[in-house]
Design a protein around this ligand. Sequence first.
Ligand SMILES: C[S@@+](CC[C@H](N)C(=O)[O-])C[C@H]1O[C@@H](n2cnc3c(N)ncnc32)[C@H](O)[C@@H]1O
Length: 193
Amino acid sequence: MSQKDYYDENAQVFFDSTVDVDMAPLYQRVLPLLPTGASILDAGCGSGRDAVYFKRHGYSVTAFDASESLCVLASAHLGQDVHCMRFDEIEWQGAFHAVWACASLLHVPYGELPVTFERLFAALKPGGVLYCSFKYGSGEREFGGRTFTDLDESGLERALSLTGVAFELETWVTEDQRPGREESWLNALIRLK
Ligand SMILES: C[S@@+](CC[C@H](N)C(=O)[O-])C[C@H]1O[C@@H](n2cnc3c(N)ncnc32)[C@H](O)[C@@H]1O
């Protein structure tokens, strides 16, 4: 089963289990860095939970996801069209103050992360910021029908160093907000210089 098939087949269950998760502590790390009404790209938006929050708080939101079924659910939740596309199809240039990639780049194979980051950086305005998160660890693994690239600080720094882009990096580790999940997450805030 491909990644996309997993999310298409489990879209409603995934939507229901993630749409109400409280991500406020993460918003508080990122949103204060942005101008009022900033444009945010929610990359791999899933349920659209975060895009909805940003829109409600006055930000201009663009959202996309690779799963058609999740795009349908997220579009209804967000009240605007969610683009159905993959990271490797991104062509925006200098369009956004921020890219929000919460728990989505973790499905990109490690070797494809540098070029994926480059595409996302190109979508940012000068001085823009990119937030992303990965399950904490190292290496690629398959679990429950999906493939994951786990990252720690050095794995992330290595992938970013291959982009040829100048940036400032801040990382921090959090615990999963969903009941019963004992997982740690590597969070990263990357600001273009
Ligand atoms: C673990 S979910 C996270 C969803 C959401 N950002 C959240 O925090 O709840 C991963 C999401 O990334 C999407 N995704 C996976 N690979 C993708 C790709 N190559 N391009 C775009 N979206 C992708 C999946 O369809 C899924 O919605």
